[in-house]
Design a protein around this ligand. Sequence first.
Ligand code: SAM
Length: 294
Amino acid sequence: MSKQIGSPSRTRAIMNQYGIHAKKGFGQNFLTNPDVLSGIVRAAGITKDDNVIEIGPGIGALTEKLAQAAGEVVALEIDESLLPVLDDVLAPYGNVTVLNQDVLKANLADLVQTAFKDPTKPVKVVANLPYYITSPILFALLASQVEWAAVCVMMQKEVADRLVAKPGTKDYGALTLAIDYRMDVKVAFNVSRKSFVPAPNVDSAIVVLTQKSAALPVSPFNEDRLFGLIRGCFAHRRKSLWNNLKTIVGKDEDRLGKVKEVLDRLEIDSQTRPERLSLVDFINLANAMHEKEL
Ligand code: SAM
């Protein structure tokens, strides 16, 4: 039996055999550390009862591990030239479908209904993400309205730090809040840059997102307005909350007076920095501003 795809020697052999040169433009850094590959599958808690979507199978290192653990795997790969390679190396696994597709253009809700033999099984997303589009992919997964049983993804460590940041820290911001609104987040483990071919310039982390275990104590009247406010408040994070709000509502004295009333009522110090506000603070602020037609 041949060695697993993600072993350093097999990866080298596959790359030589098919003349593969990792494409920077597609964020191609292939995992060649079998312990990390097993660790990802474990962190995602994959069982035969799961359907798995993999984003960016590359030459199939993680796909193979997923095929061994999951019920079915659907892998979306943007790089057409890797499809014949994946066809060959994954031939022993009858439960894998590889689609030549850009994940950012895919209709994920449709895909989970049509691509799996049994669409009633829980669906997990597992991926060593292309780092150049980590945030857009996370937003696409959240916007899809699919109730992912888990999203277990490798990303640049700096981005993982932002996802789990606490209020008042430099990493806390719009991305933290957007994820925190929908999902529970934990970092499963860190991964050295030496685990990839070619080695990226940064270290990485495996992040696991799951559906929120506890409902938020308040709900926004309007999600778009909430996230518009959050983005606006973090537009100039060195400025005070007040100065950012002034940019959002404009210079009109009457409107600014209403903002002041809202902040006083919510007992939020206008001179604080936006990163001091929790998600619940932002929801209360967005709702109160909505009520005042701000
Ligand atoms: N899963 C492989 C591994 O762990 O060795 C490869 C991971 S590599 C970091 C990222 C993969 O995502 C590459 O195969 C790349 O071609 C693919 N990719 C990049 N942009 C993509 C997109 N928009 N949609 C689907 N796949 C994409």
